[in-house]
Structure formats: structure tokens, C-alpha cells
Design a binder for this molecule. Sequence first.
Ligand code: SF4
Length: 376
Amino acid sequence: MAGIYCHIPFCKQKCNYCNFYSCSNYNDFDELIKSEIVELNLRKGYINNEVVNTIYFGGGTPSLLPIKYIKEILSCIKFEFKVSDNCEITFEANPDDLSEQYLFQLYSCGINRLSVGIQSFNDKILKILGRRHDSSKLEDIIQIANKVGFNNISVDLIFGVPGMGLLLYNDSLTRVLQLDIKHISAYALSVENNTYIYKQLINNTIKELEEYEVLDQFNLTIDRLSENGFYQYEISNYAKEGFESRHNSSYWESVIYLGIGPAAHSYNGFSRQWNISDIHLYCFNVAHSKLFYDIEFLSSFDKYNEYVLTGLRTSRGISIEYIKDNFNNKIYKKFSEEVNRLVIDDLIIFVGDRIRFTRRGIMISDYIFERLYFFS
Ligand code: SF4
């Protein structure tokens, strides 16, 4: 099985916390989609004839695309690849772009999973984040999406935002739980260099939350979502049983995938590739048969680190036997010693042959990854 990711790197405006590659002054949809279709043709051998089980339109903001382009990409994928009958096809959307007509057209062209970037139900927080939507129509949009036929909707939330108290965040959780949705991604805000929010923090225009406040919000997320039937199957992802994101799960399970479009990543078990993060250069190089990606071949240390990073993020955790069988003694020895210490510290637990985070461990996952990584 394999996945295909289509990157649509346009945004109407840059959000204050975003450091993804996206372009806000580009609207040549024709040129980009033509290039992505050429790339699909050029790279159809990449996934080795595997059946495509998931397709994901991510961004940027895919919901800025007129429907005809989505149809073009989907028909190219269906023509060039073997696509499973029950392929999960996810589409990321900004709430502001979702009219009833657009939602209906998305559903009619085969999109069967909608991921809506709500982020918060509070206008003050949305403003701090620099989002272009407000909270007034969020419930209506989800209701309309349900009405046109979407029964697999995911919503994104962000916590740990400057100015966000526990009660205010709790309010967003209450409102999200009233929606007819099956999946919630809830991320702690990560402040990256070169973002507007970073500059504001440096200039003391806004104040970062204390670490304990962010942890309280994380704990509240886990508690309230699990009380309401959403189980935490990955550090930041919660689903009703059977509605886990198949596409994202495949990243965590090392399934091969082809990423097309500027800045998109691909993985085939031996190497990772990432396309040029420049829309103009990407289109030019694709059109002129020039190289449009970089490639990195994975060493056994890289593969071990990736297995730990991706597997331990999930509720299934990672297999001790797998590490013993697939990596050398040096790696296995260091891994076993660290695991024993982490178990004593109540940061991970054994479940049969596997280990996974305890609740305490989930809260400080980055620290645990650092301890388990192997640097050659
Ligand atoms: S919509 Fe998404 S990709 Fe675009 S600027 Fe905002 S966070 Fe970044």
C-alpha cells in the first residue's frame, strides 16, 4: 500500500505562527497544477506499482483551488496509479473558503475526508494567530459539510497560545465537542524563528505562556476528548474508533508515499526526497526536465531514529523485537539501557513486546526522543 500527497502552497495571507513554505502573491493555478500533473507522470514508478490507499491535499491552502483543478489531479492519479476502492481522500480547508456549493463540489468529486483548520473558537486568539477567519460561522460550516455528505471530518485546534488561559481554551474544547466530527488534531503552539509571533515575543508585545500552563492545556485536551469518545492514537491526534487518519498513520508506520508539488516530501523505504521550496523554480524545472528535488539516502542510524520517532508518537508504540532484529548490537544495547531507565522514571511502559509513553512521558516526548536517538 502507498500514499500520495499533493502540496498546494498558496495562502491568502501568512499566519503569524507559520513557517511552512507557502506563497501569498501567486495565483497561477494553471501553471502549478500542470506541473504537478507532469510530476505525477514522471514519478509514477516511485511507489513501485503499490496500490494507493490514501491521497492527501495539503498546504498551504488547498481550499483556494477551483474544483476543476482538484478533479484534474484526481483523474490523473486514478489514470496513472492503482487506487484502492476505499481510498481515503483528505482535503485540508480554511473555514473561510467553505461555501455550501464548494463543499458539495468537493464531495461530488470524491473527497471523502475533510480537515478544517479551525484552530480556535475565540476571536482574540484567532487574531493573535493571524488567521483570516473568525469564529462566527464555524458551527454552520461543519453542519453544512455534514449535510452535503461528509461523515469523516477532522478539526485542527491549537493550544498554548499567548493570552490563552485554561478557561478560554476549555471553551474551544466545549464547542469542538458539540460538532458532528470524527477526528481532532490538537497541537501545542510551536514558536519558530522567522515568524511574526516570534518577533512579537522577542519585542515583548505578547507574553509566552509558562510551561506548566501549556501542560495543563495538554492534559485537559486528553481528558476532555477521551471522556467524549475520542481516543489519543498519536501525541496530537484523537479519533473516534475507526476514524484515525489513514494517511497520517501511514507516515508513522513507514508506508511509502509520493509527495508532489513544491516543498513536498517523498519516502520509499530507502531514501527521502524533498522538492524545491520555490514555486517558480519548481514549475520551471519540471517543465524543462531539470532536477527539482534533493535526496537523502537513509543510514541504519537514520532508520532507527525514524522508527523511534514515528512509532513512539503513536499509542501502539514500538516493538523491542523489531529493533533487535533490524538494527545492530550497538544500537540495540544503547536502546535497551535507555528504555530501562525511562521505565524506572515512569516515562514509558511495556505492553507485551512493545513500549509506549506513559501520560507523564507524552508530556515530555521531545526529551525522551533525544534520549533514545542514536548519533553515530
Ligand atoms: S493557512 Fe496554514 S500554511 Fe497557510 S500561512 Fe496559515 S498556517 Fe501557514
